[in-house]
Design a protein around this ligand. Structure first.
Ligand code: BG6
Length: 483
Protein backbone atom coordinates (compact mmCIF):
# COMPACT_ATOMS: atom_id res chain seq x y z
CA UNK A 1 0.00 0.00 0.00
CA UNK A 2 1.42 3.38 -1.07
CA UNK A 3 4.82 4.53 0.04
CA UNK A 4 6.57 5.40 3.27
CA UNK A 5 9.15 8.15 3.01
CA UNK A 6 11.49 8.14 6.00
CA UNK A 7 13.19 11.50 6.24
CA UNK A 8 16.32 11.28 8.38
CA UNK A 9 17.44 14.78 9.35
CA UNK A 10 13.87 16.07 9.32
CA UNK A 11 14.73 19.02 11.57
CA UNK A 12 17.77 20.01 9.48
CA UNK A 13 18.35 22.80 7.03
CA UNK A 14 17.85 20.74 3.86
CA UNK A 15 14.51 19.43 5.10
CA UNK A 16 13.23 22.91 5.96
CA UNK A 17 14.53 24.71 2.91
CA UNK A 18 14.17 22.21 0.09
CA UNK A 19 12.51 18.91 0.90
CA UNK A 20 9.33 19.99 2.70
CA UNK A 21 8.53 22.74 0.16
CA UNK A 22 9.16 20.23 -2.67
CA UNK A 23 6.97 17.57 -1.06
CA UNK A 24 4.26 20.13 -0.56
CA UNK A 25 4.40 21.21 -4.22
CA UNK A 26 4.12 17.57 -5.30
CA UNK A 27 1.17 17.15 -2.94
CA UNK A 28 -0.51 20.34 -4.16
CA UNK A 29 -0.19 19.26 -7.79
CA UNK A 30 -1.61 15.83 -7.01
CA UNK A 31 1.57 14.10 -8.15
CA UNK A 32 2.42 12.36 -4.88
CA UNK A 33 1.09 8.83 -5.22
CA UNK A 34 -1.95 8.01 -3.12
CA UNK A 35 -1.54 6.38 0.27
CA UNK A 36 1.76 8.00 1.19
CA UNK A 37 3.16 8.66 4.63
CA UNK A 38 6.16 10.78 5.54
CA UNK A 39 7.99 9.66 8.66
CA UNK A 40 10.11 12.56 9.84
CA UNK A 41 13.05 11.43 11.93
CA UNK A 42 14.91 13.79 14.26
CA UNK A 43 16.73 13.84 17.60
CA UNK A 44 14.54 16.46 19.26
CA UNK A 45 11.67 15.58 21.53
CA UNK A 46 8.77 16.63 19.30
CA UNK A 47 5.47 14.94 18.71
CA UNK A 48 3.51 14.98 15.41
CA UNK A 49 1.71 18.20 16.29
CA UNK A 50 4.78 20.18 17.33
CA UNK A 51 6.70 19.02 14.29
CA UNK A 52 3.81 19.98 11.99
CA UNK A 53 3.60 23.39 13.64
CA UNK A 54 7.33 23.91 13.06
CA UNK A 55 6.99 23.01 9.39
CA UNK A 56 4.02 25.33 9.10
CA UNK A 57 6.05 28.24 10.53
CA UNK A 58 8.87 27.51 8.08
CA UNK A 59 6.54 27.88 5.13
CA UNK A 60 6.37 31.57 5.96
CA UNK A 61 9.82 31.90 4.39
CA UNK A 62 8.70 30.32 1.14
CA UNK A 63 7.67 32.56 -1.77
CA UNK A 64 4.02 33.51 -1.61
CA UNK A 65 2.72 31.46 -4.54
CA UNK A 66 4.28 28.33 -3.02
CA UNK A 67 2.79 28.78 0.48
CA UNK A 68 -0.10 26.54 1.52
CA UNK A 69 -3.47 27.86 2.61
CA UNK A 70 -4.56 26.72 6.09
CA UNK A 71 -6.79 24.07 4.57
CA UNK A 72 -4.07 22.81 2.20
CA UNK A 73 -1.54 22.66 5.01
CA UNK A 74 -3.91 20.67 7.22
CA UNK A 75 -4.32 18.06 4.47
CA UNK A 76 -0.57 17.96 3.77
CA UNK A 77 0.30 17.82 7.48
CA UNK A 78 -1.81 14.69 7.92
CA UNK A 79 0.90 12.85 5.94
CA UNK A 80 3.64 13.95 8.36
CA UNK A 81 4.52 11.86 11.41
CA UNK A 82 7.41 12.50 13.70
CA UNK A 83 9.70 9.78 15.02
CA UNK A 84 12.37 10.63 17.55
CA UNK A 85 15.56 8.65 16.98
CA UNK A 86 19.17 8.76 18.08
CA UNK A 87 20.86 7.48 14.94
CA UNK A 88 23.77 6.06 16.90
CA UNK A 89 21.49 3.77 18.97
CA UNK A 90 20.71 0.39 17.37
CA UNK A 91 17.55 -0.02 19.49
CA UNK A 92 16.01 3.05 17.85
CA UNK A 93 16.11 1.35 14.44
CA UNK A 94 13.91 -1.41 15.80
CA UNK A 95 11.32 1.25 16.64
CA UNK A 96 11.58 2.47 13.06
CA UNK A 97 11.11 -1.09 11.80
CA UNK A 98 8.02 -1.45 14.01
CA UNK A 99 6.59 1.84 12.72
CA UNK A 100 7.10 0.70 9.13
CA UNK A 101 5.62 -2.74 9.83
CA UNK A 102 2.34 -1.06 10.86
CA UNK A 103 1.55 -0.35 7.20
CA UNK A 104 3.77 -2.58 5.14
CA UNK A 105 3.99 -0.01 2.33
CA UNK A 106 4.94 -1.22 -1.14
CA UNK A 107 7.86 1.24 -1.31
CA UNK A 108 10.01 2.53 1.50
CA UNK A 109 12.23 5.49 0.70
CA UNK A 110 14.93 6.31 3.25
CA UNK A 111 16.13 9.85 2.59
CA UNK A 112 19.41 10.57 4.38
CA UNK A 113 19.37 14.35 4.76
CA UNK A 114 21.94 13.95 7.54
CA UNK A 115 25.63 14.63 8.05
CA UNK A 116 27.54 12.38 5.61
CA UNK A 117 29.45 10.90 8.54
CA UNK A 118 26.22 9.07 9.44
CA UNK A 119 25.59 7.46 6.03
CA UNK A 120 27.44 4.22 6.73
CA UNK A 121 25.99 3.80 10.24
CA UNK A 122 22.42 4.39 9.11
CA UNK A 123 22.72 1.94 6.21
CA UNK A 124 24.25 -0.74 8.43
CA UNK A 125 21.60 -0.26 11.07
CA UNK A 126 18.64 -0.38 8.71
CA UNK A 127 20.11 -3.62 7.34
CA UNK A 128 20.55 -4.97 10.89
CA UNK A 129 16.79 -4.68 11.46
CA UNK A 130 15.97 -6.15 8.04
CA UNK A 131 14.92 -2.89 6.36
CA UNK A 132 17.20 -3.31 3.33
CA UNK A 133 14.86 -5.60 1.36
CA UNK A 134 13.90 -4.99 -2.28
CA UNK A 135 11.12 -2.48 -1.47
CA UNK A 136 13.67 -0.11 0.14
CA UNK A 137 15.34 2.79 -1.69
CA UNK A 138 18.03 4.88 -0.07
CA UNK A 139 18.62 8.49 -1.08
CA UNK A 140 21.95 10.13 -0.30
CA UNK A 141 22.83 13.79 -0.49
CA UNK A 142 26.27 14.97 -1.47
CA UNK A 143 29.02 15.12 -0.34
CA UNK A 144 29.65 11.39 -0.63
CA UNK A 145 33.19 11.49 0.65
CA UNK A 146 35.91 14.11 0.35
CA UNK A 147 38.24 12.19 -1.98
CA UNK A 148 38.36 8.96 -3.97
CA UNK A 149 39.23 6.70 -1.03
CA UNK A 150 36.46 8.02 1.24
CA UNK A 151 33.95 7.86 -1.62
CA UNK A 152 34.92 4.26 -2.35
CA UNK A 153 34.59 3.40 1.33
CA UNK A 154 31.02 4.77 1.45
CA UNK A 155 30.09 2.98 -1.76
CA UNK A 156 31.56 -0.29 -0.47
CA UNK A 157 29.55 0.06 2.74
CA UNK A 158 26.40 0.69 0.70
CA UNK A 159 27.12 -2.29 -1.55
CA UNK A 160 27.43 -4.60 1.43
CA UNK A 161 23.79 -4.01 2.40
CA UNK A 162 22.01 -2.72 -0.73
CA UNK A 163 21.94 -3.38 -4.46
CA UNK A 164 23.06 -0.53 -6.74
CA UNK A 165 19.46 -0.11 -8.03
CA UNK A 166 18.35 0.69 -4.48
CA UNK A 167 20.76 3.62 -4.13
CA UNK A 168 19.74 7.10 -5.33
CA UNK A 169 22.73 9.49 -5.18
CA UNK A 170 21.52 13.05 -5.57
CA UNK A 171 23.17 15.69 -7.69
CA UNK A 172 20.42 18.30 -7.56
CA UNK A 173 21.62 19.87 -10.83
CA UNK A 174 20.27 16.79 -12.62
CA UNK A 175 16.82 17.62 -11.26
CA UNK A 176 16.79 21.10 -12.81
CA UNK A 177 14.50 21.31 -15.86
CA UNK A 178 17.16 23.26 -17.76
CA UNK A 179 19.72 20.50 -17.21
CA UNK A 180 17.33 17.73 -18.24
CA UNK A 181 16.63 19.80 -21.31
CA UNK A 182 20.25 19.40 -22.42
CA UNK A 183 19.61 15.79 -23.34
CA UNK A 184 16.27 16.67 -24.91
CA UNK A 185 17.93 19.30 -27.10
CA UNK A 186 20.80 17.09 -28.12
CA UNK A 187 18.94 13.83 -28.67
CA UNK A 188 15.44 15.05 -29.53
CA UNK A 189 16.62 17.12 -32.49
CA UNK A 190 18.57 15.98 -35.51
CA UNK A 191 19.83 19.51 -36.08
CA UNK A 192 22.74 19.60 -33.64
CA UNK A 193 24.30 16.19 -34.11
CA UNK A 194 26.22 16.84 -37.37
CA UNK A 195 27.70 20.01 -35.84
CA UNK A 196 28.48 18.52 -32.43
CA UNK A 197 32.10 17.61 -33.05
CA UNK A 198 35.68 18.74 -33.31
CA UNK A 199 35.44 19.74 -36.97
CA UNK A 200 32.92 22.52 -36.23
CA UNK A 201 33.33 23.39 -32.56
CA UNK A 202 36.26 25.51 -31.40
CA UNK A 203 35.66 25.27 -27.63
CA UNK A 204 32.98 24.76 -25.01
CA UNK A 205 32.67 26.80 -21.81
CA UNK A 206 30.74 25.71 -18.75
CA UNK A 207 30.17 28.45 -16.19
CA UNK A 208 28.38 28.12 -12.86
CA UNK A 209 28.69 31.54 -11.25
CA UNK A 210 27.18 32.33 -7.87
CA UNK A 211 26.65 35.81 -6.50
CA UNK A 212 26.33 34.63 -2.91
CA UNK A 213 29.29 33.98 -0.64
CA UNK A 214 29.50 31.07 1.76
CA UNK A 215 26.63 32.46 3.89
CA UNK A 216 26.19 30.49 7.10
CA UNK A 217 28.15 27.48 5.82
CA UNK A 218 31.68 28.86 6.40
CA UNK A 219 32.85 26.00 8.63
CA UNK A 220 31.60 23.31 6.23
CA UNK A 221 32.80 25.13 3.13
CA UNK A 222 36.27 25.71 4.53
CA UNK A 223 36.76 21.93 4.67
CA UNK A 224 35.32 21.49 1.18
CA UNK A 225 36.16 24.20 -1.39
CA UNK A 226 34.79 24.80 -4.86
CA UNK A 227 36.46 21.81 -6.50
CA UNK A 228 34.73 19.31 -4.24
CA UNK A 229 31.55 21.35 -3.80
CA UNK A 230 30.81 22.19 -7.44
CA UNK A 231 33.30 20.78 -9.97
CA UNK A 232 33.46 17.11 -8.93
CA UNK A 233 29.69 16.83 -9.22
CA UNK A 234 27.58 19.58 -10.81
CA UNK A 235 30.08 20.89 -13.39
CA UNK A 236 31.22 17.41 -14.45
CA UNK A 237 27.61 16.29 -14.83
CA UNK A 238 27.04 19.23 -17.18
CA UNK A 239 30.19 18.29 -19.08
CA UNK A 240 28.87 14.73 -19.44
CA UNK A 241 25.51 15.93 -20.74
CA UNK A 242 27.11 18.17 -23.33
CA UNK A 243 29.87 15.76 -24.37
CA UNK A 244 28.29 12.28 -24.21
CA UNK A 245 27.50 10.06 -27.18
CA UNK A 246 23.82 9.38 -27.97
CA UNK A 247 22.65 6.64 -25.57
CA UNK A 248 20.85 3.65 -27.09
CA UNK A 249 17.70 4.52 -25.15
CA UNK A 250 16.54 6.92 -22.45
CA UNK A 251 16.89 4.33 -19.68
CA UNK A 252 19.09 4.93 -16.67
CA UNK A 253 21.70 2.29 -17.54
CA UNK A 254 22.21 3.55 -21.09
CA UNK A 255 22.48 7.19 -20.01
CA UNK A 256 24.79 6.48 -17.13
CA UNK A 257 26.99 4.21 -19.27
CA UNK A 258 27.54 7.08 -21.70
CA UNK A 259 28.26 9.60 -18.96
CA UNK A 260 30.79 7.22 -17.46
CA UNK A 261 32.58 6.98 -20.82
CA UNK A 262 32.96 10.77 -20.92
CA UNK A 263 34.48 10.79 -17.45
CA UNK A 264 36.82 7.97 -18.42
CA UNK A 265 37.90 9.92 -21.52
CA UNK A 266 38.87 13.11 -19.71
CA UNK A 267 42.48 13.96 -20.40
CA UNK A 268 44.69 12.65 -17.59
CA UNK A 269 46.53 15.35 -15.67
CA UNK A 270 50.29 15.83 -15.97
CA UNK A 271 52.56 18.01 -13.85
CA UNK A 272 52.52 20.54 -16.67
CA UNK A 273 48.74 20.70 -17.16
CA UNK A 274 48.13 20.82 -13.41
CA UNK A 275 50.35 23.90 -13.32
CA UNK A 276 48.91 25.59 -16.41
CA UNK A 277 45.32 24.44 -16.84
CA UNK A 278 43.89 24.83 -13.35
CA UNK A 279 43.38 28.11 -11.53
CA UNK A 280 42.08 28.40 -7.99
CA UNK A 281 40.89 31.64 -6.45
CA UNK A 282 39.56 33.00 -3.19
CA UNK A 283 37.37 36.08 -2.88
CA UNK A 284 38.57 39.18 -1.14
CA UNK A 285 36.43 42.09 0.02
CA UNK A 286 34.44 43.74 -2.73
CA UNK A 287 30.79 44.25 -3.53
CA UNK A 288 27.69 42.11 -3.79
CA UNK A 289 24.45 43.53 -5.17
CA UNK A 290 25.89 47.01 -4.88
CA UNK A 291 26.76 46.65 -1.18
CA UNK A 292 30.22 46.18 0.37
CA UNK A 293 30.91 42.48 0.94
CA UNK A 294 33.60 40.95 3.19
CA UNK A 295 36.38 38.71 1.92
CA UNK A 296 36.25 34.94 2.39
CA UNK A 297 38.77 35.02 5.24
CA UNK A 298 36.49 37.32 7.19
CA UNK A 299 33.47 35.00 6.88
CA UNK A 300 32.14 33.31 10.02
CA UNK A 301 33.51 29.81 10.55
CA UNK A 302 36.41 30.25 8.12
CA UNK A 303 40.01 29.82 9.30
CA UNK A 304 41.65 33.27 8.85
CA UNK A 305 44.68 31.60 7.25
CA UNK A 306 42.59 29.34 5.01
CA UNK A 307 43.78 28.36 1.53
CA UNK A 308 40.39 26.93 0.57
CA UNK A 309 39.37 27.88 -2.95
CA UNK A 310 36.07 29.63 -3.62
CA UNK A 311 36.74 29.69 -7.37
CA UNK A 312 38.06 27.19 -9.89
CA UNK A 313 38.71 27.54 -13.61
CA UNK A 314 40.17 24.68 -15.59
CA UNK A 315 40.74 23.42 -19.09
CA UNK A 316 40.29 19.82 -20.08
CA UNK A 317 39.67 17.68 -23.16
CA UNK A 318 37.52 14.66 -23.90
CA UNK A 319 39.93 12.27 -25.59
CA UNK A 320 37.79 10.46 -28.15
CA UNK A 321 37.11 10.70 -31.89
CA UNK A 322 34.35 13.25 -31.52
CA UNK A 323 36.18 15.72 -29.31
CA UNK A 324 39.95 15.20 -29.55
CA UNK A 325 41.71 18.56 -29.25
CA UNK A 326 38.60 20.63 -28.39
CA UNK A 327 39.14 22.52 -25.13
CA UNK A 328 36.38 22.30 -22.54
CA UNK A 329 36.64 25.06 -19.95
CA UNK A 330 34.93 24.79 -16.59
CA UNK A 331 34.58 27.77 -14.28
CA UNK A 332 32.70 28.13 -11.03
CA UNK A 333 32.92 30.40 -8.03
CA UNK A 334 31.21 32.21 -5.21
CA UNK A 335 30.82 35.99 -4.95
CA UNK A 336 31.11 36.46 -8.69
CA UNK A 337 29.57 39.25 -10.74
CA UNK A 338 26.17 37.56 -10.96
CA UNK A 339 24.23 34.35 -10.57
CA UNK A 340 24.59 32.74 -13.92
CA UNK A 341 24.91 29.14 -15.04
CA UNK A 342 25.39 28.62 -18.75
CA UNK A 343 27.12 26.53 -21.36
CA UNK A 344 28.58 28.29 -24.36
CA UNK A 345 29.39 26.34 -27.49
CA UNK A 346 31.72 28.38 -29.69
CA UNK A 347 31.79 27.29 -33.30
CA UNK A 348 34.80 27.68 -35.57
CA UNK A 349 34.88 30.73 -37.85
CA UNK A 350 34.19 30.33 -41.56
CA UNK A 351 37.19 28.77 -43.34
CA UNK A 352 37.56 31.60 -45.86
CA UNK A 353 35.99 34.96 -44.95
CA UNK A 354 34.63 36.86 -47.93
CA UNK A 355 32.86 39.59 -45.93
CA UNK A 356 34.54 42.35 -44.03
CA UNK A 357 34.03 41.51 -40.41
CA UNK A 358 35.81 43.01 -37.46
CA UNK A 359 34.18 40.59 -35.08
CA UNK A 360 36.51 38.08 -33.54
CA UNK A 361 33.72 35.72 -32.60
CA UNK A 362 31.87 33.44 -34.92
CA UNK A 363 28.67 31.49 -34.33
CA UNK A 364 27.84 30.67 -30.76
CA UNK A 365 25.16 28.64 -29.04
CA UNK A 366 24.50 29.86 -25.51
CA UNK A 367 22.54 27.47 -23.31
CA UNK A 368 21.32 29.46 -20.32
CA UNK A 369 20.61 27.21 -17.36
CA UNK A 370 19.83 29.68 -14.56
CA UNK A 371 18.48 32.10 -13.58
CA UNK A 372 17.33 32.39 -17.20
CA UNK A 373 16.41 29.12 -18.91
CA UNK A 374 16.78 29.43 -22.63
CA UNK A 375 18.84 29.17 -25.74
CA UNK A 376 20.52 31.89 -27.79
CA UNK A 377 21.98 31.26 -31.21
CA UNK A 378 24.45 33.97 -32.17
CA UNK A 379 24.71 34.48 -35.90
CA UNK A 380 26.22 37.08 -38.18
CA UNK A 381 23.94 38.95 -40.56
CA UNK A 382 24.25 41.70 -43.12
CA UNK A 383 24.58 45.01 -41.27
CA UNK A 384 21.78 46.88 -43.02
CA UNK A 385 22.73 50.16 -41.33
CA UNK A 386 26.18 50.35 -42.90
CA UNK A 387 26.39 52.96 -45.67
CA UNK A 388 30.09 53.00 -46.40
CA UNK A 389 30.71 49.38 -47.27
CA UNK A 390 28.72 46.15 -46.73
CA UNK A 391 29.63 44.51 -43.43
CA UNK A 392 28.41 41.90 -40.98
CA UNK A 393 26.82 42.50 -37.61
CA UNK A 394 25.84 40.08 -34.84
CA UNK A 395 22.20 39.00 -34.54
CA UNK A 396 20.67 36.52 -32.08
CA UNK A 397 17.90 33.99 -32.11
CA UNK A 398 16.47 33.84 -28.64
CA UNK A 399 14.39 31.04 -27.16
CA UNK A 400 13.00 31.51 -23.66
CA UNK A 401 11.92 28.22 -22.07
CA UNK A 402 10.40 29.95 -19.04
CA UNK A 403 8.07 31.79 -21.38
CA UNK A 404 7.40 28.73 -23.51
CA UNK A 405 6.64 26.28 -20.69
CA UNK A 406 5.71 28.65 -17.87
CA UNK A 407 7.95 29.44 -14.94
CA UNK A 408 5.93 27.00 -12.80
CA UNK A 409 7.77 23.94 -14.01
CA UNK A 410 8.57 21.05 -11.68
CA UNK A 411 11.40 22.13 -9.35
CA UNK A 412 14.60 20.11 -8.92
CA UNK A 413 13.83 18.53 -5.56
CA UNK A 414 10.20 17.85 -6.46
CA UNK A 415 11.32 16.06 -9.62
CA UNK A 416 13.95 14.04 -7.75
CA UNK A 417 11.60 13.05 -4.91
CA UNK A 418 8.91 11.93 -7.34
CA UNK A 419 11.48 9.93 -9.30
CA UNK A 420 12.74 8.14 -6.20
CA UNK A 421 9.20 7.20 -5.19
CA UNK A 422 8.57 5.93 -8.73
CA UNK A 423 11.94 4.11 -8.81
CA UNK A 424 13.35 6.06 -11.79
CA UNK A 425 17.14 6.20 -11.60
CA UNK A 426 17.89 8.38 -14.66
CA UNK A 427 18.60 11.52 -12.71
CA UNK A 428 20.76 9.91 -10.04
CA UNK A 429 24.46 9.21 -10.08
CA UNK A 430 25.78 5.65 -10.25
CA UNK A 431 28.72 4.68 -8.02
CA UNK A 432 31.15 4.10 -10.89
CA UNK A 433 30.39 7.55 -12.35
CA UNK A 434 30.92 9.19 -9.01
CA UNK A 435 34.15 7.32 -8.34
CA UNK A 436 35.49 8.19 -11.77
CA UNK A 437 34.77 11.89 -11.15
CA UNK A 438 36.69 11.70 -7.87
CA UNK A 439 39.54 9.84 -9.61
CA UNK A 440 39.84 12.71 -12.06
CA UNK A 441 39.81 15.55 -9.51
CA UNK A 442 42.13 13.78 -7.08
CA UNK A 443 45.43 14.87 -8.80
CA UNK A 444 44.26 18.50 -8.56
CA UNK A 445 43.71 18.15 -4.83
CA UNK A 446 47.14 16.55 -4.44
CA UNK A 447 48.79 19.23 -6.56
CA UNK A 448 47.26 22.02 -4.47
CA UNK A 449 48.39 20.38 -1.25
CA UNK A 450 51.98 20.33 -2.52
CA UNK A 451 51.94 23.84 -3.96
CA UNK A 452 53.57 26.56 -1.90
CA UNK A 453 51.36 29.36 -3.27
CA UNK A 454 47.71 29.50 -2.30
CA UNK A 455 44.68 30.61 -4.32
CA UNK A 456 44.70 33.82 -6.37
CA UNK A 457 42.69 36.61 -4.78
CA UNK A 458 39.76 38.16 -6.63
CA UNK A 459 37.44 40.97 -5.63
CA UNK A 460 33.93 39.98 -4.58
CA UNK A 461 31.64 41.01 -7.42
CA UNK A 462 34.19 40.36 -10.19
CA UNK A 463 34.45 37.45 -12.64
CA UNK A 464 37.31 35.82 -10.72
CA UNK A 465 41.09 36.15 -10.78
CA UNK A 466 42.97 37.50 -13.78
CA UNK A 467 44.73 34.12 -14.00
CA UNK A 468 41.43 32.59 -15.18
CA UNK A 469 41.36 34.96 -18.17
CA UNK A 470 45.02 34.19 -18.85
CA UNK A 471 44.25 30.46 -18.82
CA UNK A 472 41.78 30.72 -21.70
CA UNK A 473 43.70 33.50 -23.49
CA UNK A 474 46.66 31.13 -23.94
CA UNK A 475 44.47 29.18 -26.41
CA UNK A 476 43.47 32.40 -28.19
CA UNK A 477 39.95 32.44 -26.67
CA UNK A 478 38.14 34.46 -24.01
CA UNK A 479 35.31 33.83 -21.58
CA UNK A 480 31.91 34.55 -23.06
CA UNK A 481 31.29 37.71 -21.00
CA UNK A 482 34.59 39.16 -22.30
CA UNK A 483 33.52 38.89 -25.97
C1 BG6 B 1 25.31 23.00 -3.74
C2 BG6 B 1 26.56 23.58 -3.15
O1 BG6 B 1 25.51 21.69 -4.15
O2 BG6 B 1 24.92 23.79 -4.87
C3 BG6 B 1 26.39 25.03 -2.78
O3 BG6 B 1 26.91 22.83 -1.99
C4 BG6 B 1 25.88 25.81 -3.97
O4 BG6 B 1 27.61 25.60 -2.31
C5 BG6 B 1 24.67 25.15 -4.57
O5 BG6 B 1 25.57 27.12 -3.54
C6 BG6 B 1 24.24 25.83 -5.85
O6 BG6 B 1 23.01 25.32 -6.23
P1 BG6 B 1 22.00 26.19 -7.10
O7 BG6 B 1 20.87 25.26 -7.35
O8 BG6 B 1 21.65 27.38 -6.28
O9 BG6 B 1 22.75 26.57 -8.34
Amino acid sequence: MGFDLVLFGATGDLAWRKLMPALFQAFRHGSLPEGGRILCVGRDDLGDERYRALIHSRFENVELSKRPSAEEFARFASLLHYLRMDLSRPADYQRLADALAERDAATVVMYLATAPSLFTTVCEQIAAVGLNGPRTRVVLEKPLGHDLASNQAINAALRSVLREEQVFRIDHYLGKPSVQNLLALRFGNALFEPLWRRETIANIQITIAEELGVESRGAFYDQTGALRDMVQNHALQLLCAIGMEPPINAGSQAIRDEKLKVLQSLKPWTAETLGQHVVRGQYRAGTAQGQPAPGYLQEKGVDPGSRTETFVALRTEICNWRWAGVPFYIRTGKRLAGRDARIVVNFRPVPHPIFRCALSDANRLVINLQPKDGLELHLLAQDAAQRAEPALAPAHLNLDFDQRFGAQRVGAYERLLLDVIAGRLNLFVRSDEQEQAWRWVEPILQHWRSESRGPHGYAAGSWGPAAASALIARDGFCWSEEV
